[in-house]
Write a protein that binds this ligand. Structure first.
Ligand code: FES
Length: 114
């Protein structure tokens, strides 16, 4: 973490696949908040592909799930920091990336590997 980042709410890794909902509930171009034990994840549908990152902007803590997405990029609602939803990389400040999580869709159900 760089000196501009502050993130102590990262969801704990458990090595589990957690079913979070039906794929049709999150339309393309939209995000959704997923509550997990130990943290929140922001889930995004980008053209039918699902991605998940921490739901916590490392700048001042805004929820990223509610922010606008432009292709693979989510732009934080509060001050415009930008992240790649595929891998959590931060384009605005180096060293301020967020955790990303693998997502699979099985029989129409979204599952996040935490
Ligand atoms: S909280 Fe400031 S850019 Fe996200």
């Amino acid at each position: 973490m760089g000196k501009f980042c502050n993130n102590n709410r990262k969801p704990k890794r458990k090595g589990k696949k957690i079913t979070v909902g039906k794929a049709e509930a999150v339309p393309p171009g939209r995000g959704a908040t997923v509550q997990l034990k130990g943290g929140e994840v922001a889930l995004f549908n980008v053209g039918g592909n699902f991605y998940a990152i921490e739901n916590f902007c490392p700048h001042k803590g805004a929820p990223l799930a509610d922010s606008k997405i432009y292709g693979n990029i989510v732009e934080c609602n509060l001050h415009g920091w930008r992240f790649d939803v595929r891998n959590g990389n931060c384009f605005t400040k180096s060293g301020c990336s967020v955790e990303s999580y693998e997502v699979v869709v099985e029989d129409g159900w979204i599952k996040i590997l935490v």
